[in-house]
Design a protein around this ligand. Sequence first.
Ligand code: NPQ
Ligand code: MG
Length: 390
Amino acid sequence: MNVSASRSNTFSHSSPSFELGAFELRRIAMPLVSPFRTSFGSQDARDILLVRVEMTDDDGNVTEGWGECVALSEPSYSPEYVDGAQHVIEHHLIPRLRSAGRLDAAGVAPALSKLHGHPMAKAALEMAVLDAQLRAADISFASFLGATRTSIPSGVSVGIHDTVDDLLRTVQGYIDDGYVRIKLKIEPGSDIEHVAAVRELIGPDTPLQVDANTAYRRTDGQHLAQLDPFDLLLIEQPLPEEDIVGHALLAAEVDTPICLDESLVSASGTADAIELGACEIANIKPGRVGGYLEAVRIHDLCVAKNIPVWCGGMLETGIGRAANAALAALPGFTLPGDISASTRFYAQDIVTDPITITDGHVTVPTTSGLGFDLDAAFLNRVTTSTHTVS
Ligand code: NPQ
Ligand code: MG
């Protein structure tokens, strides 16, 4: 499959460049409809950093663009956290971007490459620049990235529940909503029995997978092999993010395919993990890998290596959710992603057209840029601070 043939732009040779204006760093507080528990803790709200940029093109036209930073409030999923992301954006990343002069989205990562780490912070800036650039050119994000579908199957991520009865009630609700794939968060003590009960509830034909968020150890191979009879699509990130060899050992010991999430932070690291046999399936999250452009590179690499990919989620608002839907419409995304309806997590979204599911699918936005409009009144109501960096 020639996956880049349909792309309207190769990322490295885009011609128009822009002058960066002011950046607005806006923090919003979004309560979750129910607490979301994973092996690293339980959350009942999301503290999200949004980035707004104004850019001026060669003809003097000014366009705004928005980015969403997926860092959590604590460094519990990855080393980044939202206060740290805001700090590094203001004091290190934006100054580098400014000294790079005129640029577009393809120029963002190169301008920041001397600064180590902070992929979620970098991704938010690249996303804002990309949104402005595409709005200026009236190109949709989906067509820019090379999407080949107009809708994508929608999966749902289900938090850890204290009791199997509660879990079954929650899962049945999502089945009723139409989700085509269920992902259960697991940890030692809430795994085999929970998966067995859910498989029994949903029957053999509904795709099911699990996510451990690093909760197991290399010695848990025989324990995790007890999941094999339940015909799971994959086991996501069973071991600590640094333990690539451990995942390869586990892949040899367990029949269910091993999928990496936290471990994958770049295209080159993904190539290494695949080479070692540690990554039989890849969860691609644009924020975790430094942006949508690197996410597409990982997609292309996985297609070349015959590794199925799917798009993960970080409890994004409609901004990030719309962008993820566009990415997940690329041809290599052969498994349903964690791109659920906005209402899975939020009673109200900051976009005017929240993400919804119809017959288990999310429609890929086709309007210009990332393809959303903001509900300014609601956005202002949930805003906890704004800071302009000029
Ligand atoms: C994952 N996301 O795939 C992540 C983890 C994650 C949808 O399962 C607040 C609390 C925000 C927990 C963002 C999904 C979170 C969170 C992401 C967990 O590993
Ligand atoms: Mg995960």
